[in-house]
Design a protein around this ligand. Structure first.
Ligand code: SF4
Length: 358
């Protein structure tokens, strides 16, 4: 199935080794929640994120100490690191010196064109792109007065920030436009897509808990991606950032844009269920979180309908009264005691993928 929208043509940038925009796959990013000054804890979280497929990581840089810690973080991080900076151009310069691969700063908030000149000069030297991040909650007052906190105001704000960089001949730009509600965000990206060639970082800000944030992100990012808008994405959740990466891949997978890791299929359970599908499927999904190979894994409640209903699964289990089943593509390969389904399934996945599963 084709998506309704053709991928928007954008001018690619490189965040370290990761291409964003152009014909590059939509990259998945997240943000650390640690105190950046604590380089070891921050690195531990980055490693965890990289293990589940995070391709770019952003860290907050809100002090000189945090900017200094970047030298350790960037030299050991397995994935490119972006420094998230508000207002302070001195922190941007120090971060650039300390090996970052991307910078998120709004040039209109730095203070003067001279400071923008200095930041873009060093960013160009270091081959570091700059992301402009417009947030509906912090728009310029005159724009709010004229347009309210509307998509139009967000787009005008982005164009202003972009002009600061273009004035310096700096074009390695990405843009994000975030509002906490889906429709405003979507509309803002649609409008800006018609105005500039720069790749977009897409996300719904302050999206919420795992439950509401997943729904909001799936709808908002789903609409944009299906229209061909979006080059790198972050799912924002009030949760462990590992969950953000999982949700991002699930969205990309369901749109047929990326295929990585395990897609769980499990039945809703009913009166026929012979095993505790809910706890078993959740436990198995968590154990398979680091698997990279694309694989559909099914956990079905009964042998009557299970293997048939999960024919598309590469491998799966179905509960039974006396005997459960292990099946591949709907074909039974082993009969097992109903209380011993998990380990044989994991073994099967180990042999199918050749990957380590704890
Ligand atoms: S697979 Fe079996 S237990 Fe699960 S919903 Fe279908 S009939 Fe019910």
């Amino acid at each position: 199935m084709e998506l309704p929208g053709k991928r928007r043509v954008t001018r690619p940038v490189f965040v370290g080794s990761v291409q964003v925009g152009g014909d590059a796959p939509i990259s998945v990013q997240s943000m650390t929640t640690t105190d950046t000054r604590d380089s070891q804890q921050t690195l531990a979280q980055i490693n965890k994120l990289a293990e589940v497929g995070c391709e770019i990581v952003r860290v907050t840089v809100n002090s000189r100490e945090a900017a200094q810690a970047l030298s350790v973080i960037t030299s050991s991080s397995p994935i490119p690191v972006i420094a998230d900076i508000h207002f302070d151009y001195a922190l941007a310069l120090l971060s650039l010196k300390n090996g970052i691969d991307g910078l998120r700063i709004n040039p209109g908030n730095i203070g003067s064109q001279l400071k923008v000149r200095e930041v873009t000069r060093v960013a160009r030297e270091e081959n570091v792109p700059i992301r402009i991040g417009v947030n509906a909650g912090s728009l310029e007052r005159d724009l709010v007065e004229r347009y309210g906190r509307s998509p139009k105001a967000m787009v005008e704000s982005a164009l202003r920030h972009i002009a600061f960089l273009e004035k310096e001949g700096f074009y390695d730009i990405k843009v994000s436009l975030k509002a906490s509600d889906v429709l405003r965000t979507v509309q803002a990206y649609r409008l800006l897509a018609k105005r500039v060639p720069y790749p977009f970082h897409i996300g719904i800000t302050e999206a919420g808990t795992i439950f509401s944030g997943t729904i909001r992100s799936a709808i908002g990012l789903g609409i944009l991606l299906s229209e061909g808008i979006g080059d790198t994405m972050r799912v924002s959740l009030s949760a462990d950032p590992v969950q953000e990466v999982r949700v991002a891949y699930a969205i990309l997978r369901d749109l047929g844009l990326r295929h990585r890791g395990v897609e769980m299929i499990s039945c809703p359970t009913c009166g026929r269920a012979e095993i505790d599908v809910i706890s078993l499927a959740t436990r198995i999904e968590n154990r398979l979180i680091s698997v990279k190979t694309p694989l559909k894994v099914a956990v079905m409640g009964c042998v009557v309908n299970g293997p048939g209903e999960a024919q598309e699964a590469d491998v799966g289990i179905a509960g039974g009264n006396q005997k459960g089943l292990l099946f591949r593509k709907g074909r039974i390969i082993r009969r097992l005691p109903p209380d011993d389904l998990e380990e044989p399934l994991i073994d099967e996945i180990r042999s199918l993928t050749g990957e380590f599963i704890p």
